[in-house]
Write a protein that binds this ligand. Sequence first.
Ligand SMILES: C[S@@+](CC[C@H](N)C(=O)[O-])C[C@H]1O[C@@H](n2cnc3c(N)ncnc32)[C@H](O)[C@@H]1O
Length: 449
Amino acid sequence: MPKADPARRIAWEVMRAVDTRDAYVNLLLPGKITDAGLGGRDAAFATELTHGTIRRQGTYDAVLETVTTKGLAAVDPPVRDVLRLGTHQLLSLRTPSHAAVSTSVDLVREQVGHKPAAFVNAVLRKVARNDLDAWMRRVAPSRDADPIGHLSVVYSHPRWIVEALRAALGDDADALERLLEADNDAPHVTLAARPGLTDTDRAELEAAGATPGSMSPYAYQLPSGMPGGLSAVRGGRVGVQDEGSQLVAIAAAAAPLDGDDAAWLDLCAGPGGKAALLGALAGERSATVTANELQPHRAELVRKAVRGLDNVTVVSGDGRKPAWEGASFDRVLVDAPCTGLGALRRRPEARWRRSEADLDSLTTLQRELLGSALDSTRRGGIVTYATCSPHVRETQEIVEAIVARRDDVEVVDATRLLPQVVDLSGPYVQLWPHVHGTDAMFVAVLRRR
Ligand SMILES: C[S@@+](CC[C@H](N)C(=O)[O-])C[C@H]1O[C@@H](n2cnc3c(N)ncnc32)[C@H](O)[C@@H]1O
């Protein structure tokens, strides 16, 4: 019996782990690629297969629904994932049909058994009869009759997410389509080269082909995705961080402040990307940072991220019940837990895992954390509230509710803190993948009166 191709087997194993034990692709896949000894093109193919298939699953399921006699729900999940992988190769990669079909048959034989092999062969041959555009004309709801349903199938986003993004974009149909398309592109690897970089570090980045970002003075784009080999990354002076996340830390540090600027707090710090940049920025002003994280194992990740910064103290606790005394901080960042709808490019499974029902508990937590951040800030101090989601319930509505409820809070125009960023309309900053090439970070800056 022919053995399954290792890249396809790995992609399938990751999809099964996502389905059966809520695994995270970004955590699981790199180890599997290393264990299988894949490098270069094979590693890139395994990554593209896994990320691409999971991202476009909604589109492929709509196709598979029409070519399976009893519908996709009647197909055994391990076989269904083989079909999705084969469909991705047929409709989105340039894999020749005979190769996409025969490797899928090998995979199902090896992993599931002989019985479904003929079924997989027959279904994928039907998929191969049309290209992606022709399939979309056949299976997607009409754009006129059901515009959200149309976009949901064509761009493979759950309906509730399309609706939420449309609302966040103020019903701009062109922008919505560009955003959905951008969510399906693999993002570049962006590095944050923190203040204090040595000339040797800079030379190493240049030698690796890294080019400066356009909005954060600390950002570098890498042409390929293997930053772990750089000594500046291993030494903690450079970290992998989206340029949008860097802008959050930059805005938090830039907001004008009267009086002391010595004690900063990062209330929700894990895994520590922003804490590390904030720590380096605070260090330039001889300020200290307390980095707080609820989950002890994530607090450990923060400790790792800030190694080498002796002005950062990491603590683990619930940010709603602070361990510190009263309103003692000059600057506080609340990078709140959220649905992550702004980082769908980066986390292929996230769009299928979240549901609208998550919003109720998340928005309650966000409100409580922002309230606690304000209570931890001295009068005249600054609180920056950020999410990697543009959902209006997690962004504007949280900020506006607290401003309406408390008489000691005023909104600072955050767009003025980031003059290098185009296409912003204040007072909040909302970044977008299709406009800024970043995750869709939201930033609001508040002053405690
Ligand atoms: C969006 S992430 C923060 C990302 C981080 N600032 C960075 O740049 O790496 C939100 C974090 O808040 C933590 N968290 C959730 N509930 C919390 C709470 N009640 N108090 C403090 N942290 C909490 C989560 O465990 C998660 O690590």
